[in-house]
Design a protein around this ligand. Structure first.
Ligand code: PBG
Length: 314
């Protein structure tokens, strides 16, 4: 019977569907394995082009960059300097690597703020200052575009972020840079290992005031609709596997290019079980990704991108 399976299979996973995250870390000289993400490394800026060559040689069409700066401060100033970590990394990739690889930059403040929140903070009330954050996100987007980024991906769930970024890009001569918005981003325990990688644990509170309640689904559709109205070109659901129903509804309702982020905790869970001999890593990696695709994702951000591409290329 096995020979009939490919003929009738409804969903195929392709290398073309994968987006590979890279943590560019200004504080290190050699790649450093992330404690809670076995097999995944923070990369120093001068080695990022080699890493991108390795990713593009597997046929993976896109990467997304996260930065770990030397210094963090209350205002996240190192998010938007022309010589800061992401801007340097993008320039280095654009001058040394295959021109066809799509460079996406994550656009958020939490990696750059000393308190680890995605926006400016009122230290009296511990409230997130939404609107002052928008100016900084606009400035950061323009600095990424100036360095050569192909797509910017705001991930902080600030209200109005997509239109603020769209306006800033348009006003500064970058009307053709698309925005991939983390539109439906849940307040999730599955981001735990990412905060090890980005060294971005928060010093107080949590992100529940700006990330979504896992119990809600209609709200995800409203969030996505707002971002589309503000000019998002690609919308994202995050995390992926615990939210397959959201991916399904978002794709069905809006028919927009839809990304899903298989986040750090989803990766680490599979890795840890595999290391214990409790799950077969390759099987489960493939099954988790095809499930996300089947639910409606057009593209998947995943820490398994390289391994999955190798397996698909075999
Ligand atoms: C930053 C950001 C986070 C992730 C992507 N961008 C962390 C967070 O929101 O807490 C998580 C990705 C992952 O866990 O792999 N805003």
């Amino acid at each position: 019977m096995d020979k009939f399976r490919p003929l009738v299979r409804q969903t195929e996973l392709e290398v073309n569907d994968l987006i590979c995250p890279i943590f560019v870390d200004e504080t290190i000289k050699e790649p450093v394995e992330i404690r809670s993400m076995p097999g995944y490394f923070n990369i120093p800026p001068d080695m990022v082009a080699d890493e991108v060559d390795c990713i593009s040689s597997l046929g993976i069409p896109a990467i997304i960059l996260f930065g770990v700066p030397h210094d963090k401060d209350e205002a996240g100033t190192h998010a938007y300097g022309d010589d800061d970590v992401i801007q340097e990394a993008v320039r280095s990739i654009k001058s040394k690597c295959d021109k066809d690889i799509i460079v996406i930059t994550d656009l958020c403040l939490c990696e750059y703020t000393s308190h680890g929140h995605c926006g400016m903070v009122d230290f009296g009330t511990h409230e997130i200052l939404n609107d002052p954050t928008l100016d900084i996100l606009g400035k950061t987007a323009v600095s990424h575009a100036r360095a050569g980024a192909d797509i910017v991906a705001p991930s902080g769930m600030m209200d109005g972020m997509v239109s603020a970024i769209r306006t800033a890009l348009d006003d500064n001569g970058f009307p053709n840079i698309p925005i991939m918005s983390y539109a439906a981003k849940y307040s999730s325990g599955f981001y735990g290992p990412f905060r090890d990688a980005a060294k971005s644990s928060f010093s107080f509170g949590d992100r529940a005031s700006y990330q979504m309640d896992p119990g809600n689904s209609d709200e995800a559709l409203r969030e996505v609709e707002l971002d589309i109205d503000e000019g998002a070109d690609i919308i994202m659901v995050k995390p992926a596997m615990p939210y397959l129903d959201i991916i399904y509804r978002v794709k069905k309702r809006f028919k927009m290019p839809t990304a899903a982020y298989q986040v750090s905790g989803e990766y680490s869970m599979i890795k840890a079980a595999a290391q214990n001999g409790w799950l077969d890593e390759k099987n489960v990696m493939y099954e988790s990704l095809i499930a996300i695709k089947r639910a409606g994702a057009d593209m998947i951000l995943t820490y398994f991108a390289k391994d999955m591409a190798k397996m698909l290329n075999e």
